[in-house]
Design a protein around this ligand. Sequence first.
Ligand SMILES: *[C@@H]1O[C@H](CO)[C@@H](O)[C@H](O)[C@H]1NC(C)=O
Ligand SMILES: *[C@@H]1O[C@H](CO)[C@@H](O)[C@H](O)[C@H]1NC(C)=O
Ligand SMILES: *[C@@H]1O[C@H](CO)[C@@H](O)[C@H](O)[C@H]1NC(C)=O
Ligand SMILES: *[C@@H]1O[C@H](CO)[C@@H](O)[C@H](O)[C@H]1NC(C)=O
Ligand SMILES: *[C@@H]1O[C@H](CO)[C@@H](O)[C@H](O)[C@H]1NC(C)=O
Ligand SMILES: *[C@@H]1O[C@H](CO)[C@@H](O)[C@H](O)[C@H]1NC(C)=O
Ligand SMILES: *[C@@H]1O[C@H](CO)[C@@H](O)[C@H](O)[C@H]1NC(C)=O
Ligand SMILES: *[C@@H]1O[C@H](CO)[C@@H](O)[C@H](O)[C@H]1NC(C)=O
Ligand SMILES: *[C@@H]1O[C@H](CO)[C@@H](O)[C@H](O)[C@H]1NC(C)=O
Ligand SMILES: *[C@@H]1O[C@H](CO)[C@@H](O)[C@H](O)[C@H]1NC(C)=O
Length: 511
Amino acid sequence: MEASLPLVLLLACTAGATFRFASYYADHMVLQKEPYRAIIWGFGDSGSNVMLRLSKNRSVMTKMAQIEENSEIWKIILDPVPQGGPYTIKVHQYIKEDVSNMTLEDVYFGDVWICSGQSNMEMTVSQVFNASKELEKASNYPLVRVFSAALIQSGVELQDLGGISLLWSIPTARNLGHGDFSYFSAVCWLFGQYLFEKLKYPIGLINTSWGGTPVEAWSSKQALKECGLTEYIERSPPSYLDAGPREVSVLWNAMIHPFVNMTIQGVIWYQGEANTLMNTDLYNCTFPALIEDWRKAFHEGSDGQTNRYFPFGFVQLCTNRHVEINDKFPRIRWHQTADYGYVPNKRMPNTFMAVTIDLGDSESPYGSIHPRDKRTVAYRLHLGALAIAYGERSITFQGPYPQKVQVNETHRLLNITFEEHIQLRHRDNNTFEVCCSENGTCSWKPASIVSSSSHSVTLQNAACSNGIGGLRYAWSEWPCDYKLCPIYNLQALPAPPFITFSHSNPAWIGL
Ligand SMILES: *[C@@H]1O[C@H](CO)[C@@H](O)[C@H](O)[C@H]1NC(C)=O
Ligand SMILES: *[C@@H]1O[C@H](CO)[C@@H](O)[C@H](O)[C@H]1NC(C)=O
Ligand SMILES: *[C@@H]1O[C@H](CO)[C@@H](O)[C@H](O)[C@H]1NC(C)=O
Ligand SMILES: *[C@@H]1O[C@H](CO)[C@@H](O)[C@H](O)[C@H]1NC(C)=O
Ligand SMILES: *[C@@H]1O[C@H](CO)[C@@H](O)[C@H](O)[C@H]1NC(C)=O
Ligand SMILES: *[C@@H]1O[C@H](CO)[C@@H](O)[C@H](O)[C@H]1NC(C)=O
Ligand SMILES: *[C@@H]1O[C@H](CO)[C@@H](O)[C@H](O)[C@H]1NC(C)=O
Ligand SMILES: *[C@@H]1O[C@H](CO)[C@@H](O)[C@H](O)[C@H]1NC(C)=O
Ligand SMILES: *[C@@H]1O[C@H](CO)[C@@H](O)[C@H](O)[C@H]1NC(C)=O
Ligand SMILES: *[C@@H]1O[C@H](CO)[C@@H](O)[C@H](O)[C@H]1NC(C)=O
C-alpha cells in the first residue's frame, strides 16, 4: 500500500535548487543490507521537509526528515532491509508550496566494501594475468556493482566527494578496464567476485585509492597524533613509485571522510610500499591507528550503523627487487601485523591479512613493484573475509605460524613446531636465518632445512659458534620464488614472515 503524501503546502517561495543526493548515491548502487540500517543523505533547502519512499513494485517503506533552519543537509536512516532488489528510491522535498523530487533506480541491498590503498589496489582488471578472460567474465556478475572515487586531495575534511571516476555501474568489460591504473581495481573486483560466488547476494565495491601514497596521507590528524606525528617531511620518491600526494591527512580528508556517513560492511586495504621510504618503523603504530580511527569515524558518521569494529582486511606487501641488504619490506610486513606476525591480534582485532610474499613478478610490464597475479591475492583475502566478516570460523585464511622453537645447542639444530599441519614445498638453505650472537649483537646466518615432519621442520646452522639468539623467516624483500616458499599449509597458504628472539619469547626452549 502506498503511504499517502504528507500535505506540506505552505506559502509560495523559491524552488528547491539545492535539492540533491550526496554524490555517491546513484542508480545501480548497492546499499548496506540488514542487520545494519542503510543511510541516505543529501542536500536541500533549509527548513524543508523531506520524504523518502523505498519501493519494489509497491511501496516498502516511507521515511520523513526535516532540514533544520540553519542547515542544508537531510539524512534518512532506513529500517534494516534484507538482501535483494531492484528497488526504487524516490525522495520528495516540500518547501512552502514547492515540491521537488528525485529518484534512484535499480538499487540493491547487499554488502558494501571500500577498497583503498596504493597502486597495487589501483591496478585494473585489464593489467592482471588472464586479463581478457577476467574481463570477459565481468558480465556474469551483474549484482556486483562498482564505484570509483576520483583522485582528489584536500587540506580540510570534505563532507562530500570532490569528484567521481566511475559512478555506480553494472560490471562490463569496459567498466573494468579503463586503461592502466585507472578504474576498476582488480583486487577489489576479484575480492567482490569471490564474495558473490560464496554469498550469492549483491556486493557493492567502492574503490578509493591512489598510487605511491603513504599511510600518513590516509590518516586523520587525530590518528597521526596517536603516533607522535604532527608534521610531514618531504622526501623525493623513487620513480617506480609513481607517487601521489604524501602530505598528512590529504586523502583521508578528500577520499575517505566523505564516505563515513554511509553504512558499510568493511574495508580492504593494499598499501605500505610508500612507507618503505618514510616513517618505516612507525608503521606498527600508524597502521593500527588508521584502522582504529576509520572504525570510529565510520561508526560515528553513520549514527552507529556501521559496526564499531567493522572487518578490516589487508594485503601484506609482496616483493619488489632481489636485493640482499634492504630490510624495509620485511619491516613493513612485520609492522603491518603490529609486530605480531599474524592477525587478528590484541592490537588489531577483527582484521584479516593475505600473505603475498610468494607472488612476485619480475617480468611485470608495470614494474616488479606491480605483480600481476591479483587473483591469488583476492582469493587469499576473501578467505579472511569469510572467517572474520562472515563468521565461518572453521576457514583457514593464514599460513602456518610457529608455536615453539627448540634449540639443540650442541648440534646447532633448531626444531620449529607448528600447530597446523604443514607442507614443506621447497627445502632450501636460506629462507630461515638464525641470529648468531657475536659480541652481544646479532649476525644473521642462513640455516638449512635438514628434515621435516607433518608439524615441524628442523634447521641446522653449523657456523653459529656462540649460541643462537634468534630466528627469522622470509626476512627479505624477495624471499621466495613464485608460489615456492618453504612452508605452506594444506590449503596452499604460505607461512607469513616472522622474527623471534630467544630472550623475549617464551616459545623458545633450550635443550
Ligand atoms: C517488479 O519490478 C521489476 C523491475 O523493477 C520487474 O522486473 C518485475 O517484473 C516487477 N514485478 C512485478 C510483480 O510487477
Ligand atoms: C516529480 O517531479 C517531476 C518534475 O520534476 C514531476 O513531473 C512529477 O510529477 C513529480 N513526481 C511526483 C511523484 O511528485
Ligand atoms: C581507484 O580510485 C581512484 C580514485 O579514488 C581512481 O583515480 C582510480 O582510477 C581507481 N582505480 C581503479 C583501478 O579502480
Ligand atoms: C615499532 O617498531 C620499532 C622498530 O622495531 C620499535 O622500536 C617500536 O617499539 C615499535 N612500536 C610499537 C608501537 O610496536
Ligand atoms: C557525517 O559525519 C560527520 C562526522 O561524524 C558528521 O559531522 C556529519 O554531521 C555527518 N553528516 C551527515 C549527513 O550525517
Ligand atoms: C590463468 O588462467 C589459467 C587457465 O585457466 C589458470 O590455470 C591460471 O591459474 C590463471 N592464472 C591466474 C594468475 O589466475
Ligand atoms: C621436533 O618437535 C616435534 C614436536 O615437538 C617432534 O615431534 C619432533 O620429533 C621433533 N623433531 C626433532 C628432529 O627433534
Ligand atoms: C642446500 O644445501 C644442500 C647441501 O649443501 C644441497 O645439497 C642442496 O642442493 C641445497 N638446496 C638448495 C635448494 O639450494
Ligand atoms: C667481535 O669481536 C671480535 C674481536 O674483537 C672481532 O674480531 C669480530 O669482528 C667482532 N664481530 C662482529 C660481528 O662485530
Ligand atoms: C641434539 O641433537 C642430536 C643429533 O640429532 C641428538 O642426538 C641429541 O639427542 C639432541 N639433544 C637433545 C637434548 O635433544
